[in-house]
Design a protein around this ligand. Structure first.
Ligand code: GDP
Length: 314
């Protein structure tokens, strides 16, 4: 646990440096007063938390501080952190994606181009293969020839099979073939890449609906999960993307990428709060193993701490 926290704390150095480190410092050696709440509000807005969720966080923290008769900053910081953890843990969907053995689980992956979708699919496939699962990947983003090639290279590295068609082919046909391949190979996971070009365009969303129909025809309940990939570095834009995707995709969980990049980090709170969908995985770099299952407490500890060496004690 300590090693994990330390690693998370290290990869999140830039995010913390952007604003959240100052949030942690704000509580240092001071009493709780009105000025503290004003400064906290300003920092949270700057960290991309957005006005409604900032207000919620301040009110909920104040309420805990009053209820517990907290006077000093250190304990107030703990109350504040517990509010953040509660936001991330409060969702309508399971906080873990369990993949059973001996039964096919289909995972549809959606997201706007550039957020790290292809990389995340490769990382997730590697992650599940490492756990002993057999994975098949469907290259159903047929708009981008490069994405198909990239997937093949990544999947080769982790020993998974990719099912692909020509550039421009019908994504539904790719999904159908990939499903057949997964069943005949007795795979545990079918990971489906989807086109991410124009999240606001109706045709793309129609295509997603088509994929849902094809999968449901193969197996009632499929896909078992739809993961939305979001880029942590683009702040409130991610919230806009998430809202759009939620209109046509039944999102079960989020993959938050680039948490090693320069991110203000705060947009994850309004996204989880509004969508009521949990973060399931964090992407923390460009390598295959730069992925980990999300843990709200570890994330908040890494985010709201003044320095890496203090991450485990705060
Ligand atoms: P896609 O267009 O959504 O499929 O995005 P890609 O997977 O091609 O990734 C876009 C860029 O983001 C590439 O340069 C990736 O190496 C980079 N990238 C993806 N995930 C991460 C991450 O977690 N951290 C960092 N630093 N870069 C990432």
């Amino acid at each position: 646990m300590f090693d994990r926290l330390k690693k998370l704390s290290q990869v999140m150095t830039r995010t913390r440096d952007a604003v959240f480190g100052q949030v942690a410092d704000l509580f240092d050696q001071r009493e709780v007063d009105d000025a503290l709440w004003d400064e906290l509000e300003e920092l949270l807005i700057r960290a991309d938390v957005g006005v409604p969720t900032t207000e919620y966080i301040i009110d909920a923290t104040k309420e805990r501080v009053q209820r517990q008769r907290i006077k000093d900053g250190d304990r107030a910081r703990e109350a504040f952190k517990s509010v953040l953890v509660d936001i991330l843990n409060d969702s309508d969907q399971p906080k873990q994606l369990d993949i059973p053995f001996g039964k096919l689980t289909t995972v549809l992956v959606v997201g706007v181009n550039g957020v790290g979708k292809t990389t995340s699919i490769a990382k997730l496939t590697g992650y599940w293969q490492n756990q002993g699962h057999k994975c098949v990947v469907a290259a159903a983003d047929t708009f981008r020839a490069a994405a198909i090639d990239q997937l093949k290279i990544w999947a080769d590295r982790v020993g998974a099979q990719v099912v692909s068609h020509q550039h421009g082919a019908d994504p539904g046909a790719v999904v159908f073939d990939a499903w057949q391949a997964a069943i005949s190979r007795r795979a545990d996971v079918l990971v489906i890449d989807t086109a991410g070009r124009l999240h606001t365009k109706d045709n793309l969303m129609d295509e997603l609906r088509k994929l849902y129909k094809i999968l449901a025809k193969q197996q009632p309940g499929a896909p078992e999960a739809t993961l939305l990939v979001l880029d942590a570095t683009i702040g409130q834009n991610s919230l806009v993307q998430a809202r759009e995707f939620q209109k046509s995709a039944a999102i079960n969980g989020l993959v938050l990428t680039k948490i090693d990049g320069t991110a203000k980090g705060g947009s994850v709170f309004p996204i989880v709060r509004e969508l009521r969908v949990p973060v399931l995985f964090l992407g923390s770099g460009e390598h295959l193993d730069d992925i980990e299952a999300f843990d709200a407490r570890a994330f908040v500890d890494a985010l709201v701490s003044p320095g890496a060496e203090n991450a485990s004690v705060r």
